[in-house]
Ligand binder design. Structure first.
Ligand code: NI
Length: 392
């Protein structure tokens, strides 16, 4: 079956590159993926899948019917949105939309999703069970997965597979990670409320700027002294506002930040832990505070059984030398984690680095990919999806 999948994919490869370039040159921002979605739906319908549009606002869901001898339902997820970045690659198929660019490889993910559907549809004999393809909007704003789930995209799903490109892995190689792949990312908004006064008479005021500085320092020190260092937490205050004049003691300071962690238990405990520090520091100096801790997305925790499935599929397809174990997770965030609250799943990394010129990180205006990796991604995904029915 592997050689059959490889043959079909190789035959489709030029068409897949065409598809990727079509999507790449017409990027759309999160939640506005109307043309991309219509194009995706067209490709899926033409391979005979049952397609539903406008799921999760601008998402597309398509089902490849199986023989129903296995009642499980496998989902495969791709994301379709681009970023507000002016592309500077000078590629012939570069973005035609000023200020919008597929700089995170979601054009490749969408193509891999479509290619997988095309290959599996062309196998002829139906698989034992059905496969549902999810093409989601708005991954970059961490909203799309939630929209899809609200519209029922995860109903009855038994397992889910996903892929993300990676510019530090050579093109044509696959990265496999057991356990945490990406971090939980939450938003912190904090207002420290003191009392205004004359800059010359600090004892008659409550200096919100100084107390905010104490809060920041205490939080950073407490991370290093009270948290298990093997369970990382990153707290970045990226924005701070307060004060009116150099000689007036500030009565209010607003702090905005992002909080990242990898372990679910650590993540669960963070709001209370942060608040206990903020409240003790404020209390010590007579200030009040308002804290708004907004949950973003949880950490992607790759399921061991499904990770082993994609690992063995990739090794069979490409050999050990083209399959890398990733020993470190990323502290970036990925809303694929929201699907994992409904079914176990795994996301593998698709290497897209080229050897003949410099590679740029994700979200860079010169980010580019080794297009031959699309074939690697399609075969790995399609063969994993095939093996799923025979792997327990
Ligand atoms: Ni991305």
């Amino acid at each position: 079956m592997l050689s059959r999948i490889k043959d079909i994919a190789a035959k489709l490869a030029p068409r897949l590159i065409e598809i990727r370039r079509h999507i790449h040159s017409r990027p759309e921002l999160s939640g506005q993926e109307y043309k991309t979605a219509a194009y995706v739906a067209g490709v899926l319908s033409s391979c005979g899948l049952h397609v539903q549009e406008l799921v999760g606002k601008t998402g597309v869901v398509a089902e490849l019917a199986g023989a129903s001898t296995d009642s499980r339902l496998l989902a495969i997820r791709a994301d379709m949105d681009a970023l507000p970045i002016q592309e500077q690659t000078h590629l012939e198929f570069a973005s035609q939309q000023p200020g919008i660019m597929h700089a995170c490889g979601h054009d490749v993910h969408t193509t891999v999703g479509l290619g997988t559907a095309m290959v599996l549809a062309e196998l002829g004999d139906p698989l034992p069970g059905s496969i549902r393809f999810l093409f989601q909007p708005a991954e970059e704003t961490a909203q799309g997965a939630g929209w899809m789930i609200r519209d029922g995209a995860m109903n009855n799903v038994s397992a889910i597979l996903g892929v993300h490109v990676f510019p530090t892995i050579p093109g044509g190689s696959i990265g496999i990670r057991y356990g945490a792949l990406t971090a939980a990312a939450d938003d912190l908004e904090l207002t420290i409320i003191g009392e205004s006064g004359h800059g010359a008479r600090p004892h008659e005021a409550i200096d919100a700027i100084w107390i905010a500085a104490q809060v920041i320092t205490t939080l950073q020190q407490a991370i290093s002294r009270t948290h298990n260092p093997l369970r990382p937490v990153v707290l970045t205050i990226g924005q701070i506002q307060g004060g009116r004049a150099p000689n007036v003691i500030a009565d209010q300071v607003r702090l905005l930040g992002t909080v990242r962690s990898l372990h679910p238990e650590t993540s669960a405990a963070l709001p209370e832990w942060i608040e206990s520090i903020v409240s003790s520091v404020c209390k010590m100096y007579g200030a009040k505070y308002v804290m708004d801790y907004r949950r973003g997305v949880p950490s992607v925790q790759n399921d061991p059984v499904l990770t082993q499935l994609t690992e063995s599929a990739a090794i069979e397809a490409w050999g050990n030398s083209r399959v890398q174990m990733l020993y470190e997770p990323s502290l970036g965030a990925e809303d694929f984690s929201l699907y994992l609250e409904h079914a176990p799943g795994t996301m593998f990394r698709l290497g897209v680095a080229v050897t003949d010129r410099p590679n740029y990180p994700l979200h860079h205006p010169q980010f580019h990919v080794d297009e031959s990796a699309i074939l690697t991604g399609v075969v790995t995904m399609a063969y994993s999806a095939y093996k799923y029915w025979f792997h327990r």
